[in-house]
Design a protein around this ligand. Sequence first.
Ligand code: APR
Length: 278
Amino acid sequence: MYTEEEIKKAARDIVSAEKIVALTGAGISTESGIPDFRGTDGIWTKFDPDDFTYSKFIKNPANYWKMSLELGKLLLSVEPKPNPAHLALAKLEKLGKLRCIITQNVDGLHQLAGNTDVIEFHGNLRRVVCIVCGERFPYDLAIRKASDGELPPRCEKCNGILKPDAVLFEEPIPKYALDRSLEEARNCDLMIVIGTSAVVYPAAELPRIAKERDGYRMSLFGLYPADRVMTHKKGAKVIEINAEPTPLTGVVSDYLIEGKAGEILPKILREVERLLGL
Ligand code: APR
């Protein structure tokens, strides 16, 4: 369980940092009613992650959509709203103390909370994309088509097959998101890692890049050492806020504040505001 001293320490680190980036995972949205993936009640206890691969989608898109509609119900039917953790990050951005959020989440809650610079590392489930022409449509359109029996739902423009605009296993990370995330990780002086088990790559590598800075170049399928990438910059401080320790804890992160993000982040925000004399 976290201590008030840890809250104060994190607030001091935020006030003294200049370039702050947040990396978020499913744990920041559990208090909005969306289950995480690997928790006791996680999504992967109800669905088999092996069914959510690109090759499975291509092999039988109609079957994939049947499953995805079930998952969509679980993720979005509760009409999730941003919780105090999302709102605290939005306030930190307004205070000029947060450059951007790199999120693994596909729920769009950071944007709903008011954050304007959100890098969707795993895409967004509120959209669908045509795998032929690349046109994007609201998820609801696919829901409507699918419930009218159009399985798989088809593109309005070219009749191609529509896919949820979330990154499936085996699929590469969207290039824009990967490039920007790498850039932000390399240039931040503080990375706040919130609500992620840090076991899915390449997202889980970003804190290490922020911390270790040099020696790495990222490809679409992961990282490999590169001799010439020296950034001459001191590594960033990495703070974790999570309900339990992760593989980053005590190895990459400077410290873990253990507990619920929806409790911890508003407390840190209040302390930051106090230190800034607001
Ligand atoms: N506050 C803080 N931490 C929390 C909370 C909370 N309210 N609720 C859960 N957690 C923690 C859990 O203890 C766990 O360590 O958040 C973490 C969530 O981990 P995962 O379920 O593995 O989710 P995530 O890390 O986002 O998964 C990464 O895996 O399945 C894929 O594409 C999917 O983006 C996802 C990726």
